[in-house]
Design a binder for this molecule. Sequence first.
Ligand SMILES: NC(=O)c1ccc[n+]([C@@H]2O[C@H](COP(=O)([O-])OP(=O)(O)OC[C@H]3O[C@@H](n4cnc5c(N)ncnc54)[C@H](O)[C@@H]3O)[C@@H](O)[C@H]2O)c1
Length: 249
Amino acid sequence: MRLKDKVAIVTGAASGMGAATALLFAREGATVVVADLMEDEGRAVVAEITAAGGTARFEKLDVSSATEWESVVAATLDGYGRVDVLINNAGVSGSHPDLLNTDTWDQQMKINAGGTFLGMRAVIPAMQKAGGGAIVNTSSISGVVGQRMVHMGYNAAKGAVRTATKSAAVQFARDGIRVNSVHPGVMPPMRTSQMTADPAIRSKMMAAIPMGREGKIEEVANANLFLASDDASYITGAELAVDGGYLAQ
Ligand SMILES: NC(=O)c1ccc[n+]([C@@H]2O[C@H](COP(=O)([O-])OP(=O)(O)OC[C@H]3O[C@@H](n4cnc5c(N)ncnc54)[C@H](O)[C@@H]3O)[C@@H](O)[C@H]2O)c1
């Protein structure tokens, strides 16, 4: 088991790649804090983990709230005594039809960029005290290149996640904290996807992927597992594309 005795907080763990990551981490021996805005779906993930013999709890979290982050980390430390891993996965889509919408820009900065910063800010002191930890931030192919149907706020926020990952990696390496980013490509649509959920648009997106198919949520969970585990013990500040070759073109 690659995460035996580790305690992991996974944000956005009620759905999609976060849920797949929480389930995989529990199978690999981690105690998992399923953190999300969506309570019923989050509790269902916890129930699935515990039914399979794993350990998990749900914590309601809006990643854009520093106060709520403090409560989640305090509850984790109270319950389990440590935080070894943070998967900063929660996010909202940028495939909004109005590409110049100001609210979308603000929302992207607040949730996708700000939420990632607040998560690192909340766990790093506990990791420093414990002598180390691993953080994986979910960026995207959109954090590296622009796309015609994605609001530039999403690209800018995911770009911020990519470079903030490198800042944190450099700043906290001497504390034994590794910080890396994962860059999923075209995956099943997010709950908040608009244009990129349209089947006609999706078939065009597939044509641009060297492997010719969308990714599976488990394929991103596997990348999160690798970077969170000691298998990646000398890897920090790195970006791992899980994109069927999209960024290699
Ligand atoms: N689906 C894709 O094509 C794709 C591609 C690249 C990157 N990503 C990124 O991967 C991550 C996961 O996406 P997904 O496809 O699993 O989407 P999803 O919509 O299935 O899951 C996102 C989760 O984040 C939660 N969330 C949203 N806002 C939140 C907030 N303020 N506080 C706490 N939780 C919040 C949602 O409730 C949901 O459970 C996101 O960061 C997304 O930007 C997705």
